[in-house]
Design a protein around this ligand. Structure first.
Ligand SMILES: CC(C)(COP(=O)(O)OP(=O)(O)OC[C@H]1O[C@@H](n2cnc3c(N)ncnc32)[C@H](O)[C@@H]1OP(=O)(O)O)[C@@H](O)C(=O)NCCC(=O)NCCS
Length: 199
């Protein structure tokens, strides 16, 4: 699939899906399956942990330390009762492509924070654009959110270039989500969905 150049969002916001656990499910976007962490086998959960702890990925995360398996599994289990945060493994033809997530989903303000990392073997392959389209499909099309925020390390030029190309712009951190890291380490970026003409 060719990633679209979406300097302006191509998404039209439909009526939002208001169920409190609207995120706790799998999605299909283009030829990708997005499997919620709660629906993954232990073997798949081990795979995403291996990716997450790979130095190529971990160096760009807020918490750069390796995560132990027990902690990872506890975290995944708790997601079943979490209406604000969700994680999915992206798969194509059973091959793992990466992980996407939405955090701090605020249904009233219709905004959320996104996150993602690729299967380390696929870094630099152009997979980032596809992962981003998957997140935007869930956020803008399925949940009817209007704003997607993200925080990225200032030195993470690859991810920053990707977000910029897809229409994300640097903004001040929202008042309730200022970075807990040392000042200047993280940059906040945002993209707004196009509004539905009927709204
Ligand atoms: C972020 C991530 C998913 C992007 O996937 P990717 O396949 O590596 O990136 P893509 O090829 O889709 O896009 C990166 C873009 O940045 C460009 N780029 C690559 N290296 C770059 C660099 N050092 N400086 C500037 N731009 C760079 C690429 O050319 C590409 O642009 P193009 O599509 O116009 O060619 C992946 O790199 C990753 O998992 N990184 C580690 C985790 C991470 O950083 N997550 C984001 C945290 S906010």
């Amino acid at each position: 699939m060719t990633p679209q150049n979406t300097r302006r969002s191509a998404f039209v916001v439909p009526r939002s899906s208001n169920s409190p656990n609207a995120m706790l499910r799998d999605f299909h976007v283009h030829d990708c399956t997005l499997r919620h962490f709660c629906n993954l086998s232990i073997s798949r959960l081990r795979t995403v942990l291996r990716w997450r702890n790979n130095p190529l990925i971990a160096q760009h995360m807020l918490n750069t330390k390796p995560i132990p398996l027990t902690k990872h599994l506890q975290f995944c289990k708790k997601l079943a009762g979490n209406c604000a945060d969700a994680y999915w493994m992206a798969l194509r033809d059973r091959r793992g492509l990466g992980v996407i997530n939405l955090k701090h989903v605020d249904r009233q303000r219709r905004r959320a924070f996104l996150g993602m990392y690729a299967n380390p073997r696929l870094i630099g392959s152009g997979i980032g654009g596809l992962l981003l389209q998957c997140i935007e499909h869930i956020a803008f099309t399925h949940l009817g959110l209007r704003e997607l925020y993200l925080q990225v390390r200032r030195e993470n030029s690859r991810a920053r270039a990707l977000y910029q190309k897809h229409g994300y712009v640097e903004v001040p951190s929202p008042e309730d989500r200022s970075s807990q890291d040392s000042p200047g380490t993280m940059i906040t970026m945002c993209k707004r969905a196009l509004h539905h003409p009927d709204e």
